[in-house]
Structure formats: structure tokens, C-alpha cells
Design a protein around this ligand. Sequence first.
Ligand code: UD1
Ligand code: CA
Length: 455
Amino acid sequence: MGDAPLAIVLAAGLSTRMKSKTPKVLHPVAGRPLVTHILRTVRAVGARPLVVLSKESAAARELFDDGTRLAIQEVARGTGDALKVALASANGDRGIAFIVYGDTPLLRPETLTRMRALVRQGDAPLVLLAGEVGTDNAYGRVVRDEHGDVARIVETRLATTEERKLKESNLGAYAADLGWLRVAVERLRPNDTGEIFLTDLVAEARREGKRVPVHLTDDPEEGIGVNTRADLATAEAVMRKRIRDQHMLAGVTFRDPDSCQVDTDVRIAADVVIERGTILEGQTSIGAGSRVGPYAILRDTTVGERCRVENSTLEGATLEDEVSIGPYSHLRPGAYLERGVQMGNFGEVKNARLKAGTKMHHFSYIGDAEVGQRVNIGAGTITLNYDGTKKNRTVIGDDAFIGSDTLLRAPVTIGAGATTGAGAVVTKDVPEGMVAVGMPARSIKKADRRQKKAT
Ligand code: UD1
Ligand code: CA
């Protein structure tokens, strides 16, 4: 276990204020479940998380199949009770522990590090995170005594009008000495609401004559706790801005940052330009020198270097370098476009590989196919990949020329260097170098066609 501090993450409770069938901690923020953000934060300071879940939040269990320690709070009796449950399953841990809430996604790692230092320096049993966030909110208020020392925390719903006017709020992150915590938590009693409040630990420490130092953050947004859908939207907006700012610092241009949305795990290289209205989701990555947008949606898509993607939707697609897409194209899962492929407007590619240098400029659908290098796909070409029961493959050889409005009834193979005439309905394989014309298409020698042209 070494020196790694324990981080108790409270993620049980009923989440009634969300009015949702989905547990609160599973609602996504910036493309990841709410609770995973605080987990990243505690891991960033080298802490080992122990997550408290309830029956209601049990659906979140699958997030933690990576060996993260879990404890189950049978009945949601309040944050103090959740802490008890956690401590009961952390018998072997010693030293300093963090206690955080699963619904505060914006907490910064630096803040936890400072709080930990405060426990050590002040020889304090407990350190609080507070922020000045105005008086119109549901946070607990920090009540100080006549000497200015923290005396207790009072929840807004139980506070007097005077207490509600207190400027300092409890932002819900704590660093504490585990030895002290184990004893103190046993002294917590349910209050008038029937709940056990973790925040009563402050008064508990004071009863023992101990001081409770406060770390007052200069960035109160980091304490935003998500209780309602409105909080969720606020947290999302702050998180999104943070993500964009990080990318900009790392050399990415955002032409109109507020109009763009980038998920947590997206990777963008330096010298990428993101144009207005662009949405980058999931495990998307974009290589150096590429320009994406305006109005592009990329989901779980890999874009190489020096690519151009304009006003298109790309899902589960891979683009090698110097690929150009759009406007108005749709790449679906399994689309793999090799170097230099050009795909113009109103094209759709699904589960298909387009090899280097292939061009597909207008109104075409290529699905379940392998298209060779330098192929020209004429306007309106369609692979008829579905025969009503199963999907069939189309194979097109290198340097083939697919005439406009060609229908390729799969399974079918067009040989290398072959040509299809405009409007051809290809139902049989076309041998290498031949020309297929008509409906259904028949193959003739390329030379015949040239001779005809000549006359
Ligand atoms: C809590 C604090 C409040 C603080 C605010 C900061 C208490 C009593 N109040 O209030 O002072 O200003 O956070 O955001 O702690 N949970 C459990 N088991 C339970 C109840 C809750 O695990 O029985 C978990 C929830 O999943 C949640 C966290 O604890 O992630 C906090 O609970 P919540 O009900 O949201 O507390 P707040 O009212 O926001
Ligand atoms: Ca909360």
C-alpha cells in the first residue's frame, strides 16, 4: 500500500433531485459518467479510491470492474453513515484519507494536495474545502466562532436566515487523519432529519478542542456539486471550457471555442484547427495539421495528419493522413480511408476500406466493401450490400473506374483497371481491364469501347 493515501468517494444516496431512473453518478459530464471525474482526480494525486455505492447506484458497479475497491451502503442514511460504511471496509489503511463526493466532478488535484499538506502542518484531524459562492445555493454554510475559527457546518435546509447569509460554503472535500476519523465517526448521531451528516465531524473535532483548518479555494467552480439537472448543465459547461482551454494551451486553434464540444478523452495534436460548431466525442483523436469543421461531428474516430473534414458526421471511422471529407458526408463504423482519399459531398461509407488515392466525390454509398487504390467512384454509385437476409461484400480492384450511377449488386468483384459504364447494373464479376455496360451489365473488352469511340 505504501504511502498512497486512501480516497473515500461517496456515491450512494438516492439522487432524488435528479428525477431520473439513472443513478446520478452515471449521468455523463463531458462524455464520461459523473463519478469517473472525481476518480481521475484522486488518482492524479496518487490516492487509492474506495467507492461507496448503494442499491440505487448499483448500476454504476460495472464502471469499477478494474479492481477499484467498493463498499455498499445498504440504506441511504446520509453522508456520515456512508463514511462509516467505507471505514468499516478500510481496516488496514492508515495515515491521511481524502473524503470526496461522487457528484463534484470539477475538483482539482492541486486542491487535494494542499489540503493534505494542511492536515500535516496543522497537526489537524480534519481539513475542509470552502469557497465563497454567494448565498443563493444549497451548500452547507461554514459557521465560525468569535475567534474566527471554524465551529461547525450547517446545511442550508436546516440553517437560520442569518446562517444562510454566511459567505463561506462547504464545497464537500475533506482531508482527515484516519485514526481520528475511525473514532470520531462512531460519535456521529442522526439529526432531526434522521440522517447522519458527515459534516458534523467538524463540531465533533471542536468538542475535542481541535482546530479544523479550511482551504479556501480561489476557484469556487471546482466545488460545483451536481444535485439537479441544472447543476449538471453548469458542471458540463465549466468542464467543457476547461478541456478546450487545455487543448488551446497545447497548441490547438479553436475558431469559436464556445460553439465547440470536446469530450474528456479526446486527443488533439498541436496545429490542429477546430472550426465553429464542431463536436468531438468519445475516443476521438486528431493528428497534427488537420482542420475539422465547421459543423463536424466526430465520434470514436481517428483522424491522421493534414486531413480536412468539413461539415460531416464520422462515427467509428479511421482516416490516414491527407484525407479530405465533406461537406455533408457520413462515415459509419468500420470505415477506413487510406492516405489521400477524397470523399466529397453526400457520400456514405460503412464497414469498408478505401485504399490510397481513391476518390468518391458525389452522392455515393459504399458499404461492406474493399476498394483498391486510385479508384474513381462516379457520382451516384451504390453498393447493394444487403440482399434482404444478409450483408454481402463488394471488391473493387486498383485503378478501376466506376461510372456514374453504377449499381453494384454484392457479392461482386470488379477487377483491377476495369470500367463500368454510366448507369450500369453490375450483377456479375467484371474481369480485370474489362468494361461493363448496361442493365444487367455485360462485360466487353476495353479495346472495343476505344474503337467505338474512335469511329
Ligand atoms: C453535501 C454536504 C454539504 C456540502 C455539499 C457540497 C453533507 C451532509 N452535506 O450536501 O455541506 O455543501 O455536499 O456539494 O454532507 N451519499 C451517500 N450516501 C448517503 C447520502 C449521500 O453516499 O446516504 C453521497 C451522494 O452520492 C453524493 C454525496 O454523498 O455524491 C453527497 O450527498 P448529497 O446528498 O448530494 O449532499 P448535499 O446535499 O449536496
Ligand atoms: Ca451534492
